[in-house]
Design a binder for this molecule. Structure first.
Ligand code: ZN
Length: 150
């Protein structure tokens, strides 16, 4: 576990301890649930879409520091973005945490989300970091089934 500690940077810990947008969204018109059986992370993502624009986003759930911090930072990034922009971010983020830089060049444009870059060295943690994003994707697509990383 000692090399993992490098992942737990200041930013990640801060978002874990004080997650942003950690609540139920009463006027959500999209919602999806995600589950990472490998680690036990569970998340519900709420979206309020106005046409193609994400006007509000929040999440609830329980999980490890990586999964919770990732969800918190994701919601903080998404407000005001269009569906297409959110999908593009999902793609970039996913390629970054899985260590696949092909096609995207560098992770530029991800801003603070780049703190999860080191996750790519820990395959188990990749699922924790990407759970919120997979769940977001399902919510954007209006899917009702629970997303599982397995
Ligand atoms: Zn986890």
């Amino acid at each position: 576990m000692s090399d993992l500690s490098e992942l737990y940077q200041q930013v990640i810990l801060d978002h874990y301890k004080r997650p942003r947008n950690f609540k139920r969204l009463p006027d959500a018109n999209r919602k999806a649930e995600g589950h990472n059986p490998l680690c036990g992370d569970e998340i519900t993502v709420y979206l309020h879409l106005d046409g193609d624009v994400i006007t509000d986003v929040s999440f609830e759930g329980a999980g490890c520091a990586i999964s919770k911090a990732s969800a918190s930072m994701m919601t903080a990034t998404l407000k005001g973005k269009t569906k297409a922009e959110a999908k593009l971010l999902f793609d970039k983020f996913h390629k970054m945490v899985t260590g696949n830089r092909e096609g995207t060049g560098d992770p530029a444009g991800l801003g603070k989300l780049e703190v999860f870059c080191g996750v790519s060295e820990f395959p188990v943690r990749v699922k924790c970091a990407s759970l919120a994003w997979h769940t977001l994707n399902a919510a954007l697509d209006g899917k009702n089934e629970t997303v599982s990383t397995e």
